[in-house]
Design a protein around this ligand. Structure first.
Ligand SMILES: Cc1cc2nc3c(=O)[nH]c(=O)nc-3n(C[C@H](O)[C@H](O)[C@H](O)COP(=O)(O)OP(=O)(O)OC[C@H]3O[C@@H](n4cnc5c(N)ncnc54)[C@H](O)[C@@H]3O)c2cc1C
Ligand SMILES: NC(=O)C1=CN([C@@H]2O[C@H](COP(=O)(O)OP(=O)(O)OC[C@H]3O[C@@H](n4cnc5c(N)ncnc54)[C@H](O)[C@@H]3O)[C@@H](O)[C@H]2O)C=CC1
Length: 444
């Protein structure tokens, strides 16, 4: 029986494992994960901290028992500390001291990512929190319940930072949100959009401290103050959300790496060594918006890459179709979604890019309920006319609309083709001159 070993059983690993166990009954699957739980949806963390859900129970969608019922051998709280890529053996140690030497025919590495820790004084003080694992969220919540935490400083105004700033504000904390860039969510949207999010955050009482670099965290055992190059902020808790780095410790000396240290994989998720696959946050993706290899840490990418690797490892050739980094966020009622690259990013990358913008209400004026303003931007390459990105925001749930642009980027559609794309009309939903069409028609 062919032996497949999977290292890491969170989103990427779980997708790969389920694909193998559900479709290929003739494989012997062995799973190692250093954590005591699997498939925790980090996206639920802010909802849990902000009391928008009452319990974390629904934030898990798989378990050791499910894998075991399907026939896998599962070792949780067991860390893989070495892989012999020549002899094809995985070495692991359990929390109970048990050692394992597991040979494999095919290896799938799904070791994920680690939160980036800033290289500053004070990160070891109590109440300085990372927010990645279920245990991290639990610890934050326990601390919020137990002690007098009034001032929370969130460092990093990316997706984690903005979501958590809302969550802490919802439970009555005084929140300061710091980023070294001049706006929030700068990796995903242009300023015209991020300004709307900043206004939203400020209108709920969150203090924004952009273009400030944290130089140290001060305190006496517990954190008390965040010092930046411009200011000081009182802090009973500090949350660090300044991005992820790939966790490629196990293969860094043997497998080819991307510039940020992620395992470099091909369209089959295969690494530079045959029979070794890497998936999810520890691996690269093919980014259709820039037509190049990239690193985009998202659960959606993790799941798809897991499915691709599983089929290839089991002998069914399957190529990844690439990704666009499609993403979304909802802060109070403000929904923002984007795919591909922003205009600013496109210009930085050297594209002769332009934006086609439009603003309208979702539905005709005679519809007086649930009829919100929508803002849309389509970014395109002026030379090739190909769509490079799209951004939308509204209080209306426009989230599903971004998928059309995701597909457009995947298929390298030009902005001119979008001008005449068939878009249905019904006043309950939209307008006959739909804002997609109208935005595309603005293209130079
Ligand atoms: C707060 C938060 C909110 C998020 N919200 C969203 C969202 O809304 N949408 C979205 O798409 N993405 C979101 N993400 C990102 C998403 O969670 C990650 O992209 C996703 O977890 C990647 O999955 P993964 O399985 O590749 O890696 P990971 O989740 O990092 O899992 C890696 C696994 O490998 C195990 N492991 C690592 N090394 C070893 C070893 N040596 N031995 C044994 N086991 C090992 C770890 O224990 C872990 O279980 C969010 C992340 C956070 C933190
Ligand atoms: N809604 C969603 O889809 C969510 C997705 N995620 C994903 O999880 C991953 C990690 O999320 P984040 O940590 O929020 O990363 P991120 O990349 O979204 O944001 C990091 C932020 O930190 C800032 N930053 C970097 N270094 C800094 C420093 N030294 N001081 C101050 N600010 C600094 C950056 O300017 C950026 O705004 C991302 O890939 C993200 O897309 C996370 C939460 C929700």
């Amino acid at each position: 029986m062919e032996r497949i070993v999977v290292i890491g059983a969170n989103h990427a690993g779980t997708a790969a494992i389920n694909t193998i166990l559900d479709n290929y009954k003739d494989k012997e699957v062995t799973i190692f994960d250093s954590n005591n739980n699997i498939s925790f949806l980090g996206c639920g963390m802010a909802l849990w901290i902000g009391n928008q859900i009452t319990s974390p129970d629904g934030l898990f969608y798989c378990s050791k028992e499910i894998f075991e019922q399907k026939g896998a051998k599962v070792y949780l709280e067991t860390i893989v500390y070495h892989v012999d890529f020549e002899k094809k053996v995985v070495f692991a140690t359990g929390k109970d001291g048990q050692s394992y030497q597991q040979p494999y025919d095919k290896l799938i590495i799904a070791s994920g990512s680690l939160p980036i820790s800033p290289n500053i004084e004070g990160t070891d003080l109590a109440n300085v929190q990372f927010v990645k694992l279920y245990q991290n969220a639990k610890e934050v919540i326990e601390k919020l319940h137990q002690s007098m935490i009034r001032n929370v400083v969130v460092v990093g105004a990316g997706y984690i930072g903005v979501e958590l700033a809302e969550a802490f504000n919802r439970i009555g904390k005084k929140v300061t949100l710091i980023d070294n860039m001049s706006t929030c969510l700068s990796g995903y949207y242009d300023r015209e959009f991020t300004d709307i999010m900043s206004k939203n955050l400020e209108s709920h009482g969150i203090k924004l401290a952009y273009e400030e670099t944290v130089t140290s965290l001060k305190g006496n055992g517990k954190v008390e103050k965040v010092v930046t190059d411009k200011n000081e902020y009182a802090a009973d808790m500090v949350v660090l959300g300044i991005g992820f780095k790939p966790n490629s410790q196990l293969g860094k000396d043997n497998l080819k790496l991307f510039k940020n240290g992620a395992y470099l994989v091909d369209r089959h998720q295969q690494t530079s060594i045959p029979d070794v696959y890497a998936i999810g946050d520890c691996a690269t993706v093919f980014d259709n918006s820039i037509q190049a290899t990239n690193y985009i840490a998202l659960a959606t990418n993790a799941v798809r890459s897991g499915i691709v690797a599983a089929h290839n490892a089991c002998g069914t050739p399957l190529e990844s179709i690439g990704v666009q980094g499609s993403n979304g966020i909802c802060i109070w009622n403000l929904k923002m979604v984007s795919t591909g690259i922003s205009l600013e990013k496109a210009k930085k990358l050297g594209y002769d890019a332009a934006a086609a913008d439009y603003e309208d209400t979702q539905k005709p004026a005679f519809i007086q309920h649930d009829n919100y303003k929508v803002k849309i931007r389509i970014v395109y390459d002026k030379k090739t006319r190909i769509v490079l990105g799209a951004q939308m925001c509204s209080e209306y749930d426009i989230s599903m609309a971004i998928h059309m642009f995701s597909l457009a980027i995947q298929e390298q559609v030009t902005i001119d083709r979008l001008k005449l794309t068939d878009i249905f009309f019904l006043p309950h939903f939209n307008k006959p001159y739909n804002y997609f069409t109208m935005a595309a028609l603005q293209a130079e």
